[in-house]
Design a protein around this ligand. Sequence first.
Ligand code: NDP
Length: 252
Amino acid sequence: SYPALAARTAVVTGAASGIGAATARQLAAGGARVALLARRADRLDALAADINAAGGQALAVTADVTDQASVDAAAKAVHDAYGRVDLVVNNAGVMLANPLADGRLDEWTRMIDTNLTGVLRVVHAFTPDLTAAAADGRTADLVNVSSIASHVLFPDYAVYGATKAAVTQLSAALRTELGPRDVRVSAVEPGLTDTELGGHIDNPALREQLGGMFTAIPALTSEDVADLIAYTVSRPRHVNLRQSVVLPTRQA
Ligand code: NDP
């Protein structure tokens, strides 16, 4: 646990499961107040109850990052409960896989709207908080969860990889706007991590292929990635890990 997390106010998107839920737990364990955003209210309520029972502070806020009104309402709920936010983890994401030739416009749209435009909606909602916190001399962080898929090319994951490459590029570019205002921007790029992410793939062969990757090598756990995020936001204020890749040791 990192003492630098105490007294911070965080928003974690995609906190209903996987990396987001683990990140919320670690930030809360370090003393941060954490707003949990995702669509599944039951999951968020259970996680908030767990964190609060363990002595932490968490708030469940149902939100869909593909819906501007929903993001606006979530930002208002967070501000009403916690005031200004100084730590944002953009983690909500979907990974759908199919050959590009299949022309799955539905999947392309959903991935772009969640993984890229969703990040932008959340950035827009909370950047004023981050810059105000930094102007007050507080540590302020924007962490975007990208992927090794932004560098490594996987057939049938072209659009997913494109959204993640965009998130990495967006993060580096945003640093040029926010860094001079003392807001850190970090892209965290995990490799194979054991979560629900692959569960939405509707192509049986590709689901099987992904399953095979999990049997071939020991994957990261959500906690492994959460630990990197907690580390990243716990550095001294003048230290910004711009881009971090974390892979299972056996992942090439
Ligand atoms: P999960 O599927 O467990 O988590 C994804 C989370 O995003 C869920 O909590 C889901 O909650 C939320 N989410 C999805 N769509 C929306 C939406 N429209 N609005 C709000 N929340 C949404 O998978 P991971 O934990 O693996 O994924 C987290 C991030 O990590 C993703 O960005 C993923 O791309 C990235 N990543 C994962 C890797 C892996 O191997 N697992 C590797 C590299 C990166 P709900 O459905 O309730 O909304």
